[in-house]
Write a protein of this length. Sequence first.
Lengths: 777, 117
Amino acid sequence: MEQLAIVLIGLIFLMGLMVPVLRPLLKNYTGRILALVPFALFGALTFLFFTLPDETARIVETGFGFLPEMQFSFRIDGLSLIFGMMVSGIGGLVLGYSSFYMAKYAGRTKFYFFLILFMGAMLGLVFADNLLALFIFWELTSITSFFLIGFDHDKDKPRQAALQALLITALGGLCLLFAVIMVGNIAGTFRLSELYAQGIHLGAHSHYQTVFLLIFVAIATKSAQFPFHFWLPGAMNAPTPISAYLHSATMVNAGIFLLLRLNPVMGGTIAWKGALILTGGITMFIGAFFSLGQKDLKRILAFTTISALGTMVMLIGMNTTASIKAALIFFIVHGLYKGGLFMVAGIIDKNTGTRDITRLSGLLKSMPVTSIAGILALLSMSGLPPMLGFIGKELIYDAKVQMPELSWLVVPLGVAANMMMVAISILVFYEIFIPRKNKPAIPLFHKEKELPGNFLVGPVVLALVGLGLGMVPGWLNNILSNAMFYVQSQAVDVHLALWHGFNQVLLLSIFTVAMGTIIFILRRPVGKLVGIIILWTDQYHLPEKFNNLISNYLNFAGKHTNRIQHGYHRYYLITFFMATLLLIVYQLLDAGGEWFHPAESSPVRMHVVLVLIISAMAVLFAVFSKSRLSAIVSMGVLGYGVAVLYMFYGAVDLAITQFLAETIIMVIFVMVIFYLPDFAVLSSKKSRIRDAIIALAVGAMMTMVVLKARFINMEEPISQFFAEKSFLEGHGRNIVNVILVDFRALDTLGEITVLALAAAGVFTLLRFNPIKKKSEK
Amino acid sequence: MELVIAIFIGLLYASGVYLLLRRSIVKLILGVFVISNATNLIIFLSGGITRSGVSFIGDEAEKASLETMTDPLPQALILTAIVIGLGIAAYILALKYKYFETTGTHDLDQLSKTDQK
């Protein structure tokens, strides 16, 4: 069964890639039909959920990977099952829901393509056993979510939000990569199963602080923790099904998942506790607080998501058995109600054309099914019985009360955040669903009966699951104790119950609800207060600050790129020559040794020297000549001079070729010269002197190199081979010719090809006439 | 003799580099020619110039000895280089011709703009 589950994950990837082909076939049923695969996976996982014994993990090797250390191996244990079921279950519902929601949108192929790939990446992430594979899936979720958030790419806001989300999560991704590599190096393995089996804990290692900091940045960016929280409300620019998916069970929860995964390897240290509790606490509080000041239903939900993520990070940071249990349950609770609420928000948006809670009203009458699903989710969000949310909140309070040393801090923070959650739940309930006399009911585009079933099925199913699990939480016992075993690396018995008896925690709950109701009653002044604070914080508006940072960076980079990539060929060349000069002169001087040995060199022949002097004078004349023709003629003198030199030293073939080639070049040059401008002195005296100095230095370096090269023999020369085989095997007496046409015939073929290409190039160039073409238009 | 030729090569490189750094494109092309000649000479010199016999195998003999003849391998390499140099020269001159006809300038600093005259 576990193999089947992994195969199904692969199938999801395949399905995503196939969307461009499948969609024209399936037409409007795409979402509904494709949803079958995640549901099948959900089924397989459910089977495992009920059959997986305590304290075991199943490892599935695929035998596929990029490197020996980077195999795509998967592990199925309680933790990955909990996350995997949420990802696949909600994923299937979201796909079905999209089928209707996206029906009028253009670019649906793209939508399904990225949504399904995102789902696959998220599943890969939670089931990965190899940390490097986990990193790859992590990055894949960042990239695919970039395209999902920026789905309305022709609008400015989604584009910016997507870019912001990508830049921030990619920063975290980079940190994660470094962290994973460090963990792998320290522990000697990238496999979670080996890390767990060997009971490795990095806490004592000298690099622990660095690794933890990197991991912390990774999870804080991904899970939208303060001060990186600001990308999450921006991501609301995505179509609602995407928000429902990204913010309920996937994407932002990847950070939570990673923390739970690494808890046995890194958790429980002072740094871990301090950083996570502090950040989680702040995030939890400001998320709940800012949600009170929002009018847009989706933005309200976004800020409550931030608050929920903060709660989970804080719970994991506390690192007690009770707190981990609470975090796991709260993940399920949050996924269920948040997915449902987003879907409800989408249905309301589709049906009324607005998400503004001040304009919506009385939906309970006109849209009863949607409203009841929404109200159940709100109950769960505010932590009221008989929903699973109640159990979640009770566990959280329980964990906080029991927290040694820090309960004085975490309990009030938690109660305050929960009070605001209660208040916002009542506010949404009151404003949207309850029919009121002084607020006109909003007209609908469709009657609820006209909506297709699968549009409503998502929120209804999620609400009912939340209700059902609240009634019979015992179903979760097994899988939770398995997950706890791998998060806490100790066996824990879990017994969930709706009713815990009348105790301190229940009192806190009652107090919370009472206070939440009071905040709701005082909503006008409270709303004003939050409004003032939001106005005040707007001057530190983080998304804008972030955008400024990015644009400043781009300006900075642009300025400096212009300095380096200036577009003047001679400065590029000067850079190149200077760098070569420095490197080679350093090497030459460093090598030391002999430069020149009079005894070993051949005798000076006066006629050769004469030829060289003539050539040298010709070159100097060409350099300083003001006349084009004389410069070219002196180039010819140089070419012939070199040819004569070849001849003196017995290289007849070279001499002949050089004579011919030089002649042809001269002829072409003279043919073209008529059309070329006169030489003009374009550069200033100062730059001429500078160039002359560089030129002389390069010349001197080349002389040194040539002299030194005579004393360096890297390999035994192979010329003897040619001298011996040339006649016997190549049947030619001119060794140079035999080398060219026989031993190195392929090189010569290449040379001929180059010539042919040059000829073709010349031909095309001469026929090409851009100016004429323009005038013809 | 090696010292003399090495200095000659250095001089060619100095002239070539100086020409390459000019703004006028014609001088740039001349610089390319000078440097390619100098580079050929380096390869030639690396085969050694102590022997200067023609690298042929005599009519009667089946093998030749390297004792007296110039090393044939650098020659083969240079031969290829010369011919390719010819191809480059032809192409570069045609390009230059067309470029001047199109843009009306021979100043390389103006070449960064893509607008035509």
